[in-house]
Design a protein around this ligand. Structure first.
Ligand SMILES: *Cc1c(COP(=O)(O)O)cnc(C)c1O
Length: 382
């Protein structure tokens, strides 16, 4: 039965990445170097922003973006109830309060309506997450943000290359944060990037990224002499990560094309199959980066049985995400949320399965996936 082994995600690193790493390790500059600066310039060009700041993770990027934007105790930030917990944690780390917005059942994204239902007069920022790579409807969300005087920080962790109205994600708000964790669209092992068009905010983010130094080491007139002008963390990216990122960025368009080919190959096969519905591949002016194929099981079909069947057939999968964030123990105990408060997010948490479409797989793998997903659904019904 187990004819194949198709993992959900697999980092696409090869000889070029290994060569780039060896070059870095053969010289003494492992941080504060040229590769990080080059990676920032190249990534900003890819997204279309004037600035990019490399960081140690997307979580660090979200925290820095909110922190440098002045989000602090007493502030509120709207975040989706259906997201990676990092989105909400970044708000908590600033001492601010996350306000959870439910998501649209067709796209998995927050909308102007769901934001409107969550926002209050004390809200300072909105943190849209481009869910599984599909860009949010940024025009209407932007209008809602403007009406409430809110800054927009985008969570682009799964949205490398996705667009709204022909503009790339990461260039649709005050700042956008990307993740280079191993199974995202491209990897630096751990790592992230903040993209933005505001030089002053970029300076502030750079200071907070490295202890609040007045000057980065390369700009110091006398080595070792510096002043501290701000509170800061160590959220830097190192030169090994940046060297891998530069190679990956050159390959990322081909990764996205392979995902798109796989996505539509699988989608065609799954459309119309009984027992599931598929999240939207596009919506209005929003396009996707095709992170995965998310299928939502019809009520009554056991996800436990389906996933066991998939595993038996050698098919890797992921769950996005196992709980609506406000219903995880930390947020439930702190703010008193209850089951039923975020019905759509809860439906996705309980009934959806994410299937692989990554560039490590080919069209024939998609046929195998389609046949075996259908088989798993039949097995779960009988
Ligand atoms: C992966 C992910 C993050 C966290 O990224 P890290 O680089 O691991 O910190 C945040 N938000 C979303 C939507 C993600 O998928």
């Amino acid at each position: 039965m187990k004819e194949r082994n198709l993992p959900f995600g697999k980092p696409m690193v090869g000889p070029d990445e290994i060569g780039a790493v060896e070059k870095v390790l053969a010289q003494p500059k492992l941080v504060h170097g040229q590769r990080t600066a080059e990676f920032e310039v190249a990534f900003a060009r890819f997204v279309g922003t004037t600035q990019a700041v490399a960081v140690s993770s997307c979580t660090a990027g979200l925290h820095l973006s909110l922190w440098a934007s002045g989000i602090e105790r007493g502030h509120e930030v709207v975040v989706p109830a259906m997201t990676h917990v990092a989105t909400a944690h970044a708000v908590e780390l600033c001492g601010a309060k996350p306000l959870f917005a439910d998501v649209d059942p067709v796209t998995g994204n927050i909308t102007a309506e769901t934001v409107e239902a969550a926002v209050t007069t004390a809200t300072s920022a909105i943190l849209p997450v481009h869910y599984l790579g599909l860009a949010c409807e940024m025009e209407t969300i932007g209008k809602t943000a403007a009406a409430h005087g809110c800054t927009i920080i985008e969570d682009c962790a799964l949205a490398v290359g996705a667009e709204f109205d022909k503009r790339k994600t990461g260039n649709l708000g005050t700042a956008g944060c990307f993740s280079f964790y191993p199974v995202k669209h491209m990897t630096t092992i751990e790592g992230g990037m903040i993209t933005l068009n505001d030089d002053g905010l970029a300076d502030s983010i750079r200071r907070k990224r490295a202890f609040g130094y007045d000057n980065q080491p390369s700009k110091r007139r006398q080595p070792g002499i510096y002043d501290i002008v701000d509170l800061g963390m160590n959220y830097r990216m190192n030169e090994v990560e940046a060297a891998i990122g530069l190679v990956q960025l050159e390959r990322v368009e081909s990764f996205i094309q392979a995902r798109k080919r796989n996505y539509y190959g699988l989608r065609k096969r799954l459309e119309g199959i009984e027992g599931i519905r598929l999240l939207a591949d596009q919506s209005g002016l929003s396009t996707s980066s095709y992170y995965c194929m998310n299928v939502v099981l019809t009520a009554g079909i056991s996800r436990q049985v389906v996933t066991e069947e998939l595993a038996r057939r050698g098919i890797g999968y992921s769950i996005h995400y196992p709980k609506a964030v406000p219903l995880t123990s930390y947020y439930r105990e702190k703010y008193g949320y209850e089951k039923g408060d975020f019905p759509v997010s809860e439906e996705l948490a309980e009934r959806s399965i994410s299937l692989p479409v990554g560039p490590h797989l080919d069209e024939d793998d998609m046929r195998y996936l389609g046949d075996n997903v259908e088989g798993a659904l039949i097995a779960a019904r009988t």
